[in-house]
Design a protein around this ligand. Structure first.
Ligand SMILES: *Cc1c(COP(=O)(O)O)cnc(C)c1O
Length: 357
């Protein structure tokens, strides 16, 4: 158990929650975890009621975007208790992101303990229906008040939680995605491998235009040649071509190392699939499509777990994948990962951090 100071909320907002229409990130639980970094160290952290925090107009993060975040989920285990899915991976990634934007590392064990304690305190906020979950959102940012361009010397880490709906209440619905040939999200040497606010700012315009045209997300190409496929808005991308699972490799540093990506690759290898992490161009994809070898496309990410792609639009070319239906690999991945998360399948990898209640 963590050793955090706890200030309990005197009232609860849980009665305002519409459990049948949770949406995503609409309702926020009663408590947050907060730790501040000052004089070269993070304080021991505390749990306090959710609420507004005063800021000064000069707060550096507003101006220079020194901000990183994480996203993970907690689930009600069918056998009782709560499972938090692979929080150690998020702890490590938070620090990876921080290293890129000069935010000092936070102790990874303390991070996981803070999440456990926060979930315990707001245990009633963990939804009860299969498909629903408690989304956990850590965010860390510079809190210095100055206008000179330099890294802050003070920071705040906040962890908040939000009960969220199943992404697919009516089963997995294949989405349409638009390849952006005009805008890019990340470049080599840039911020692409960090979960940082700036990457999202860079993606909003293309995302808005895509939605206006009936697409749910943008598929990003690399920033230099505009041939290599990077990833989807907030998901990694996977292709099944000729029975081989292919996903862009991480070494270019332009895509995020997703926890779901890692889970999918681990399972696929165990199932004996041929798996390749390598660069893949949009032309190779088109060729696979035209020769009938492109079997499945799906995105991977914490929010949706698996998001089958039914259509990819690249300039004038529309590729309809698997008849706009979810494919067998995507379905099996979704069933297996969610089965582990809800405690229906054995967690042979030790991915769940379990909380007894
Ligand atoms: C968070 C995120 C992902 C998915 O990562 P998970 O750990 O699987 O949720 C993929 N791409 C980007 C850009 C992201 O921000």
């Amino acid at each position: 158990m963590g050793n955090f100071k706890i200030e309990k909320a005197t009232t609860t907002r849980i009665n305002n929650v519409d459990w049948d229409n949770l949406g995503f990130g609409v309702f926020f639980s009663d408590h947050i975890f907060v730790s501040d970094y000052e004089n070269g160290k993070w304080d021991e952290g505390k749990i306090i009621p959710y609420g507004p925090m005063p800021i000064e107009p000069t707060m550096c993060t507003l101006h220079y975007g020194q901000s990183i975040f994480e996203g993970l989920k907690a689930f009600r285990d069918v056998k009782g208790g709560i499972n938090i899915f692979r929080p150690d991976k998020n702890a490590a990634r938070l620090n990876h992101s921080g290293s890129r934007v000069c935010i000092p590392p936070f102790d990874e064990k303390t991070f996981v303990e803070a999440i456990k304690e926060l979930v315990r305190i707001d245990i009633n906020w963990v939804p009860k229906k299969r498909g629903q979950s408690l989304y956990i959102r850590p965010v860390a940012f510079g809190t210095g008040n100055f206008l000179g361009v330099h890294a802050s010397s003070t920071y705040r880490l906040i962890i908040m939680t939000s009960p969220v709906a199943s992404y697919y209440p009516e089963g997995l619905n294949p989405v349409k995605i638009l390849v952006s040939s005009e805008y890019v999200r990340a470049v080599r040497g840039g911020l692409g491998s960090a979960k940082t606010a700036a990457n999202y700012a860079a993606s909003l315009l293309a995302g808005t235009l895509a939605k206006k045209n009936g697409f749910s997300q943008v598929l990003w190409l690399d920033g230099v040649t505009r041939h290599f496929i990077d990833e989807v808005g907030a998901m990694n991308i996977m292709f099944v071509i000729n029975d081989e699972l292919i996903t862009p490799s991480l070494e270019q540093g332009t895509i995020l190392a997703g926890v779901t990506r890692d889970s999918v690759l681990t399972l696929a290898r165990e199932w004996g699939m041929k798996v390749s992490e390598r660069q893949i161009t949009i032309d190779e994809l088109i060729e696979a499509y035209e020769t009938g070898k492109l079997q499945e496309v799906f995105g991977t990410g914490t929010a949706a777990v698996i998001s089958p792609v039914g259509l990819i639009q690249y300039n004038d070319k529309s590729m309809i994948i698997n008849n706009m239906e979810i494919g067998p690999i995507a379905q099996k991945m979704y069933d297996t990962i969610t089965g582990i998360q809800y405690g229906e399948l054995e967690d042979v990898h030790g991915w769940n951090v379990h909380i007894d209640i």
